[in-house]
Design a protein around this ligand. Structure first.
Ligand SMILES: [Zn+2]
Length: 340
């Protein structure tokens, strides 16, 4: 007997970070979230090119599928290769067979011209019929002009803004600046340091928040709809749900796994078609929040789409050779690390 669920959704991912594991140690030991950004992620993203964007997306999407995750809401940044970057990610996900919602995270960190080019990439991708949102890195790296430009573009494109909000203390002022702009279709990522209500869905990323020591986001105390993301640390959503539950429980011992499970289910608001995919799991109660919360190591065995395509059979992808994807991704990662 195996339990089935619909395809799961990772509501906040950074596929570009899939090659980062094993990267060389930063020149200086980071001591807080801002230094983690400066020493690790802002050195990595500037080194990305077409090849590394492609292989990181292939690897990240493949690992998502193998974890029973068939929908990814991605947030991308590659300041040295902006134009066309979202097509590379979208194409890689289509090759693997997972659904993706793409956005390019605009920022003024590389000057206002790069900020404008980021907006243009969102506009180009969405205008061509791509599925996505307008990405913004975070308010603290953007001018008011760029934030307003992103909000206007999202309105024109009939979509929301996908933005990190109050992840670390540097972004404490975000809610005040975003309050006049935010709308119900915005995706507000992290919301650890949020001093007021803001319109939108909150993407909670418990593992990433622990990893960066930014604090607990108390999502259960917010009136917003909450969804679960990994912030780039894989896309194993049952694992993220287990961690979301235990982090919630550390905050409030009266809480239940059903709360964390409901956050997982809310992901289908963002990628509804994932609901029509069928995942068969290695454990016969994988559809029960209380079982999942206390059963590590549940694996996706088979994934079948609504039109009957078997994307995963006995844990292995059917469309591609996972060993080959891992080998090509490792070659691409060596080139990336050499640049760092
Ligand atoms: Zn993120």
């Amino acid at each position: 007997m195996t339990a089935t669920t619909p395809g799961l959704v990772c509501a906040h991912h950074h596929l570009y970070s899939a090659l980062a594991r094993g990267m060389p140690a930063p020149p200086k030991q980071p001591h807080d979230f801002r230094e983690i950004l400066e020493q690790i992620w802002w050195r990595l993203d500037v080194a990305l090119d077409a090849d590394t964007i492609h292989w990181s997306a292939m690897l990240g999407a493949a690992e998502a599928l193998m974890s029973g995750t068939t929908g990814i809401v991605d947030h991308h940044e590659s300041p040295s290769f902006i134009d066309g970057s979202l097509d590379i990610i979208s194409d890689a996900c289509a090759t693997v067979g997972v659904r993706v919602n793409c956005s390019y995270g605009v920022t003024d960190r590389h000057g206002p011209d790069a900020g404008r080019r980021g907006l243009q990439e969102n506009e180009r991708f969405l205008s061509a019929g791509g599925r996505g949102m307008v990405g913004v890195h975070a308010a603290f790296t953007c001018s008011d002009d760029l934030l307003e430009g992103a909000a206007d573009l999202a309105t024109r494109m009939g979509t929301g803004v996908h933005i990190h909000v109050g992840e670390g203390p540097d972004d404490r002022d975000a809610a005040r600046r975003l309050e006049p702009l935010a709308a119900d279709n915005w995706l507000l990522v992290h919301c650890v340091h949020l001093d007021r209500e803001l319109r939108g869905t909150i993407a909670h990323n418990p593992r990433s928040n622990m990893n960066n020591a930014v604090g607990y986001a108390t999502p259960s105390t917010r009136s917003n709809t909450v969804v679960l993301g990994t912030d780039g640390i894989g896309a194993d959503m049952l694992e993220e749900m287990r961690l979301a539950y235990v982090a919630l429980r550390a905050h409030d011992v009266t809480e239940s796994p059903e709360t964390a499970w409901s956050w997982l289910e809310n992901g289908w608001n963002l990628i509804p078609e994932a609901r029509s995919d069928v995942v068969e799991w290695s454990y016969d109660h994988a559809d029960s929040p209380w079982h999942v919360a206390f059963t590590p190591g549940i694996r996706a065995r088979n994934v079948t789409t609504a039109d009957g395509e078997r994307l995963l059979v006995d844990g292995l992808p059917t469309r591609f050779d996972i060993d080959e994807v891992r080998a090509k991704a490792a070659e691409s990662a060596s080139r990336l690390f050499a640049k760092l």
